[in-house]
Design a protein around this ligand. Sequence first.
Ligand code: WQD
Length: 347
Amino acid sequence: MKKTVLVSGGAGFIGSHVTVELIEAGYDVVVADNMSNCDKTCFEGVKKITGKDLKFNLVDFCDMEAVNKLFSENRIDAVIHFAAFKAVGESVAKPVMYYKNNLESFLNVLEAASGHGCHNILFSSSATVYGEPDAVPVTEKSPRKPATSPYGNTKQMCEDILQDTVKATKGSDGEIKGILLRYFNPIGAHPSALIGELPRGVPNNLVPFITQTAIGKRECLSIFGNDYPTPDGTCLRDYIDIVDLAKAHVSAVGRMLEGKMKEDCEVFNIGTGRPLSVLELVNAFEKVNNLKLNYKFAPRRAGDVTAIWADPTLANTEMGWKATRTIEETLEAAWKWEKHLAGYENV
Ligand code: WQD
């Protein structure tokens, strides 16, 4: 029988891409979202790409009654939990809102899953838990550093909550097994240009800022800092294609549902293992899309780490997952999506 996966936050950037890949891998997917940071664009895109008449569930995961109802109405085998606020700067300004939302929604999911015989929880964590690493690339054993924002703190806390729950429920009827995926920098869009990132207001992240500058929505990209101790002076990151990232979830869910886990709570880095500087990324974007980007160097942005990239060996060997898309393919897709949003024909 087909297995059913609940994707909380399934209408968002990562959730929508994961939904597509799960459906294409043969899973039934229950998509639920409170639409607090997205509109129906991506959900409609998912339906078009997959050709499925998916039902949308408007659910706020902070509403325990609504979460329980979702579990009562659907026989859920695994949950992939994305529903959370994700803006680092906003979390500094509104810590209570972040802690309340990101923790309460996850606690509700755990409680409802455990109470309804759903044993498998996959949590979307972040490389932000490594802070400024002592050594790169980082492995899953690299130490977590104190979080520098409430957002980062909620990721660490949810990791701990899942680890504790896995320990506490072992052997019980409500047993929970967990996988934590630590994403590096997810970028790009689906090659169909039917789903992608929809930042509200001025984008904080690099790639949406680049594509909005290229299309003329923003005047000029500021590259934050060119005096870092790196080969070209700009920061190094591990940019992971959104479709590759989505496929990692399919591998992880398969591992859980097929009983292949080696520990009750597993952690995997999801990155390419290839560091890229901000300048290299800008140059690659210009080259592959054959355009010139208006950019300037600006002072460093507070809180940025100099360099971080993944050692993805564990995900490669244990989950059989590996990033395959080139940065050129990814940046081409990101640009195609921006043009789609701007209403260009035949992107
Ligand atoms: C990448 C690089 C910037 C914008 C953040 C979160 C993290 C994770 C992913 C989110 C940095 C530079 C950026 C710009 C620039 N989670 N930059 N000009 O900071 O690595 O990670 O997003 O949900 O938790 O912290 O990503 O895309 O913001 O920045 O020069 O206008 O681009 O300084 O070196 P970051 P980013």
